[in-house]
Design a protein around this ligand. Structure first.
Ligand code: SAM
Length: 230
């Protein structure tokens, strides 16, 4: 069934369980908390990954020993900080953000986290900054997190393939969209962006991919994980 809206009691349960998991496994972190507070105070949309999701990104990047990480969609750098903390001493992370105000807040949050030496934030539409990375030879990346405008998912994924190597992981966020992804008649450009990417994934032999539906404090959504195999 494709949900029009989530019943309040169900959403409350998901939020309560997320709170419980955070309390047990993800202790309050002054730097990450400050990044969220500064982002909210600056009026940025509160659409960062949740703590559980941020930690999942961190664990995935750490588990493959990622040394070079690419993020498309920085917002206030909340997920960026989670990911950068997975890097070894010599590791680096490039994050791409189109909105100058988001970039400004993110830079301050990155500085507050003491991660300026590891993180490079490139400002501008990602479909313009991605070719720059290729032209400058800033590749390959071991872990790529796609979390920007969903309409351009297919373009980002194609760039991710060009900028990665066999063994790299590509994670694409917000691919369920309250279940609307299963609706072939959806006119939502973001849903259409996800569906176009799924059509491509279905026939792309260079990756092995799956999608996981998720619930939590941010509602009902999900992510696609793709391993570059050749
Ligand atoms: C969902 S938010 C990213 C959240 C962030 N990854 C986190 O979890 O903390 C999406 C971000 O992508 C940015 N964005 C939208 N279109 C973009 C584009 N064409 N190029 C680069 N960034 C874009 C938005 O300005 C926004 O800051």
């Amino acid at each position: 069934m494709i949900t029009d809206k989530i019943p309040a009691d169900l959403q409350n349960t998901w939020t309560t369980v997320d709170d419980y998991i955070n309390q047990k496994l993800i202790p309050s972190d002054p730097v990450l908390d400050a990044a969220l507070t500064a982002s909210a105070d600056a009026g940025l949309p509160q659409i960062a990954v949740t703590p559980c999701q941020g930690k999942l990104l961190h664990l995935l990047a750490r588990s493959i020993g990622a040394k070079n990480i690419l993020e498309i969609g920085t917002l206030g750098a909340y997920s960026t900080i989670w990911l950068a903390r997975a890097l070894p001493a010599e590791g680096r992370l490039v994050t791409l953000e189109a909105d100058p105000k988001h970039a400004e807040v993110a830079r301050a949050n990155i500085a507050n986290a003491g991660l300026e030496d590891k993180i490079e934030l490139r400002e501008g539409p990602a479909l313009e900054t991605l070719p720059e990375l290729a032209a400058e030879g800033l590749l390959p990346f071991d872990f790529i997190f796609i979390d920007a405008d969903k309409e351009n998912n297919i373009g980002y994924f194609q760039w991710a393939l060009r900028l990665s190597h066999p063994g790299a992981l590509i994670l694409i966020d917000n691919v369920i969209r309250d279940g609307a992804v299963a609706d072939p008649n959806s006119t939502d450009p973001m849903v259409q962006g996800v569906r176009r990417l799924n059509d491509l994934l279905a026939k792309e032999s260079r990756v092995c991919a799956t999608t996981i539906q998720t619930v939590g404090s941010k509602g009902y959504d999900g992510f696609t994980l793709a391993l570059v195999v050749s």
